[in-house]
Design a protein around this ligand. Structure first.
Ligand SMILES: Nc1nc2c(ncn2[C@@H]2O[C@H](COP(=O)(O)OP(=O)(O)OP(=O)(O)O)[C@@H](O)[C@H]2O)c(=O)[nH]1
Ligand SMILES: C=C(OP(=O)(O)O)C(=O)O
Length: 238
């Protein structure tokens, strides 16, 4: 397996990455959070995560533009107001088809764009950490960053001339590695890896420090997040 440690530590960073952020309809998004936060808060949290993710991405010096692939009208309006371009969720064939469609929409405007897929559930995302991840990715035609659990993927990057070839869903770290993408192994990228699928993930993100929209929705609920984390922890053994 190639790693970003195999090459010189400071590749010339690519400027102006185009990010593609996929987002399901809010009524369906973050279904694994329902048990921890309840069904009335879940769509609000899904939107807050997406808003904090997109705002941090747009504040990243290495990012030129952000396209969000979604059919959700509320999320589309909120994310467009932040400065994202909204791309319809076509062909309606799931996450990877949506990402391929988004990457094509980006390159229809800028054929030589460096493109990166970024999950919408990174409420602790820090622009400088994203810039470091993208700088590491600049050394490879395709590169990816695994999620906090080390099983999935939060970021998949393709330089100009390379197709994204997304294989997200479940154990996508293994699939992206098998597809020849280089794994980004730089330390200090916790906020880019910190996706939130469960109450325990949310507690971990709150521990890192979340963006303002997620902070607002979770305000006063820190104890609840800790309870969610405890409820999901495996039973203690004697
Ligand atoms: N546009 C689009 N985005 C999707 C689709 N499926 C998943 N996503 C997004 O892809 C990212 C990872 O998706 P998942 O983990 O499958 O879904 P999730 O809503 O985050 O969480 P769960 O419902 O708990 O699986 C999230 O940003 C989702 O909103 C899809 O069919 N179209
Ligand atoms: C879709 C993915 O994420 P999640 O953990 O949200 O399923 C993935 O990691 O490929």
């Amino acid at each position: 397996m190639r790693t970003d440690g195999d090459l010189a530590p400071d590749p010339a960073p690519v400027a102006g990455w185009s990010l593609v952020v996929p987002l399901k309809p809010l009524a369906l998004a973050k279904s694994r959070l329902a048990g921890a936060v309840g069904d009335s808060l879940r769509p609000r949290l899904a939107l807050a995560f997406a808003e904090d993710t997109v705002a941090a991405a747009l504040a990243c010096a290495a990012v030129g533009d952000v396209a969000v692939v979604t059919d959700d009208p509320v999320a589309g309006a909120a994310l467009a107001a932040l400065g994202a371009r909204i791309v319809p969720d076509a062909p309606g064939a799931g996450l990877n088809a949506a990402l391929e469609h988004g990457a094509r929409a980006v390159r229809a405007r800028r054929p030589r764009a460096a493109v990166a897929a970024l999950n919408a559930d990174l409420p602790a995302l820090r622009p400088r950490e994203l810039a470091r991840a993208l700088a590491a990715a600049s050394a490879f035609s395709r590169a990816f960053l695994t999620d906090a659990a080390g099983i999935g993927t939060t970021l998949l990057c393709a330089l100009p001339g390379a197709e994204l070839r997304p294989a997200f869903g479940g154990p996508s770290r293994r699939r992206h590695s098998a597809s020849g993408a280089a794994e980004i192994l730089s330390p200090g990228l916790d906020s880019v890896r910190r996706d939130v699928d469960t109450g325990a993930d949310l507690a971990a993100a709150l521990g890192l420090g979340v963006g303002p929209r997620t902070a607002e929705v979770t305000a006063g609920r820190t104890a609840w997040a800790r309870t969610a984390q405890a409820a999901e922890a495996p039973p203690a053994t004697a």
